[in-house]
Design a protein around this ligand. Structure first.
Ligand SMILES: [Zn+2]
Ligand SMILES: [Zn+2]
Length: 281
């Protein structure tokens, strides 16, 4: 099975493309074109144009979680698509999400009203369960926290009740493609932990072999211990390729690059991959 991954928005860009803090990837697999997240603003639609991608050809949109850097581009994407489209996500994408960094409190949730997006064609399929897009292409649904060293970022909150409570980020999900050469897991922010996400993908598919994990890993504030254990688990699980983006952070990227050598890559705005990779990347 051939899989094409085109990154429309990421924090940094390849030459000729635009960048903005956020993530958006177009995944073409098993006869489906799925837009995974929409980035922060207008970068995804602009880069789509630079790639000569007609957004109207997208079959479905999947939202990894409600944070603005993954949902802020949704209005512009829908405006370009000019059609009704299924938007698969967890009901908590609408939670009142806030972040607090260096004592600065900021709204970081979905910046549009549901009605506005529905008027533009969004047909929300909100569920906590995995959704099967095709026989070999699915969303993870809620990701259980299994490892003892991966934890949810403590700078993220849910202000639904008016009080700043820790955001459990139950809406965090990933995409899984069950290819003949192994599992390909596409990560949004991996707020529940990259290893927890990969373990859940194995459980859902009943397959062990992980060919590639690509996307945001939210290791930007990770302790050294967490980095070391993450790399050890990735190796134990036999992950063959690791392509990191977005909330991975410089230190974690550098560490994982050293650990994975030629099997590591950065996935940026303007990156385009065809899987399986050629023997020598
Ligand atoms: Zn996030
Ligand atoms: Zn993010």
């Amino acid at each position: 099975m051939e899989i094409k991954i085109t990154t429309l928005n990421e924090n940094t860009a390849e030459m000729g493309y635009l960048a903005e803090w956020g993530l958006s990837m177009l995944i073409e697999a098993d006869g489906m074109k799925v837009l995974f997240d929409t980035g922060m603003g207008t970068v995804a639609v602009n880069n789509a144009q630079l790639f000569d991608i007609d957004l109207a050809t997208i079959d479905k949109i999947v939202i990894s979680h409600g944070h603005r850097d993954h949902t802020g581009g949704l209005r512009d994407v829908l405006m370009r698509m000019k059609k009704d489209v299924e938007v698969i996500a967890h009901p908590d994408i609408w939670a009142s999400k806030y972040s607090r960094r260096k004592n600065r409190e900021q709204f970081s949730g979905l910046p549009f009203r549901r009605e506005l997006l529905e008027n533009l064609g969004a047909r929300f399929n909100l569920t906590r369960e995995p959704v099967r897009i095709t026989d070999h292409f699915l969303t993870t649904g809620e990701i259980p926290m299994l490892t003892d060293y991966e934890e949810i970022d403590t700078g993220l909150f849910d202000k639904e009740t008016g009080e700043m409570l820790p955001d459990e980020l139950k809406d965090d999900l990933a995409l899984v493609i069950d290819a003949d050469y192994g599992l390909v897991v596409i990560l949004g922010c991996a707020h529940h932990g990259m290893i927890n996400t990969l373990k859940h993908a194995q459980k859902l598919t009943g397959k062990e072999l992980i060919y590639a994990a690509i996307g945001g890993t939210h290791l930007l504030n990770a302790t050294r211990e967490r980095l070391v254990r993450t790399a050890a688990d990735l190796k134990d699980m036999g992950v063959q390729y690791l392509g990191v983006s977005h909330c991975t952070g410089f230190e974690a990227s550098a560490y994982l690059a050293q650990e994975f050598g030629e099997r590591f890559f950065l996935n940026n705005s303007g990156s385009k991959w065809t899987l399986p990779f050629e023997a020598k990347m």
